[in-house]
Ligand binder design. Structure first.
Ligand code: NDP
Length: 314
């Protein structure tokens, strides 16, 4: 049986396991994030800060709490069944669960279908409803931090993994002017371009090698890094910004470290830039909106402050 000091201080919230879930007996409204690993996730302090603030104004939220579980991918089906049986109101999914869960939900939000991944689940009597709030998070983040709307913008996207796929779909669904995608491994790039074909409509979409950008790429593009190059200081740059026509701005989905080599290069070139913390915050606020009905714009500032504090402690 898990003991629940209430409320669990965000900074010391325990990492829970599948067996903790099997023994779950908490009667309040519970939310959870599942990942493997999950230790470094700052979602629990972000959500619990927003929930504490909501509870001060509305007693309905007094017993809401957000927990974290380290779940091996092999155990995800069992964990999702247990979470449903224990009536968790909502679940967030992070690496490596977003794609696995997509195939295991009762229904998928139409906007998330082309992404092929879900990061937010909502309990319903019929089973889990799946959503993907990463695209909303990205669009809100580039608007807030760089003053860029995806609609009507030429986008140069770096990467062809899960985050890049979500970003590409969001850019296309919001009506970007064009989308050019660069990726290190050509086969992965080709696979992504193929999956985007039905979403693109009349929007021009092309791929290129980051080591040989075509000369006719558009100037004043928004460059979005969705590769994991930059997580370590020793990583290579995902692209040489000087090899591109001068971009309008650079957004890096990585938030830890806060200033990647790519962002340092953008700063040195005098370009506006921002890291991925704002995306993390806005996708989280949108997930909480899906579970609670409280608009994401209301909880995002509290989540942002809590996320910065949590990163400061790491
Ligand atoms: P994946 O593992 O699915 O994809 C990784 C991508 O990075 C691939 O395109 C891969 O290229 C590329 N890559 C990896 N290492 C290098 C390198 N050394 N040089 C060039 N390219 C490289 O990861 P995700 O798509 O899930 O995540 C990508 C990044 O986005 C991560 O850093 C993650 O933290 C961040 N992210 C941030 C979010 C936020 O809220 N701020 C949300 C989601 C993700 P290749 O195909 O050649 O292997």
């Amino acid at each position: 049986m898990v003991a629940f000091p209430s409320p669990v201080p965000a900074s010391v919230a325990p990492v829970l396991s599948l067996s903790d879930l099997a023994a779950w007996s908490r009667s309040g409204t519970s939310l959870a994030v599942l990942g493997h690993p999950i230790k470094h996730s700052i979602s629990p302090p972000m959500h619990n800060a927003a929930l504490a603030e909501l509870a001060r104004a509305d007693a309905r939220f007094a017993d809401w709490e957000y927990f974290r579980f380290d779940i091996h991918p092999d155990d995800l089906p069992q964990a999702l069944d247990l979470l449903h049986a224990k009536q968790f109101r909502g679940v967030n999914l992070t690496v490596p669960h977003k794609i696995i869960a997509f195939g295991r939900v009762a229904s998928v939000d139409p906007a998330a279908r082309p992404v092929g991944a879900v990061n937010t689940l909502r309990w319903s009597a019929d089973g889990w409803e799946g959503f993907n709030t990463d695209g909303y998070g990205l669009a809100s983040a580039v608007g807030e931090t760089l003053g860029c709307a995806l609609a009507g913008t030429n986008v140069i996207l770096l990467g062809a993994g899960g985050a890049a796929r979500g970003a590409a779909v969001e850019c296309l669904q919001r009506g970007c002017a064009s989308l050019a995608i660069a990726n290190r491994t050509p086969e992965n790039l080709a696979a992504l371009l193929e999956t985007l074909r039905p979403v693109a409509g009349v929007i021009p979409v092309r791929g290129f090698s980051p080591s040989a950008p075509p000369a006719d790429l558009p100037a004043r593009a928004l460059v979005i890094n969705a590769t994991s190059a930059g997580l370590r200081d020793s990583d290579p740059l995902p692209i040489d910004l000087a090899a591109l026509p001068r971009p309008a701005a650079v957004y890096d989905m990585i938030y830890n470290p806060p200033r990647t080599p790519l962002l340092r290069a953008a700063g040195a070139a005098g370009l506006p830039f921002a890291n991925g913390l704002s995306m993390l915050v806005h996708q989280g606020a949108k997930a909480l909106e899906i579970w609670s009905g409280v608009p994401a714009t209301r909880t995002a500032p509290t989540m942002a402050a809590a996320a910065r504090a949590a990163l400061g402690r790491q």
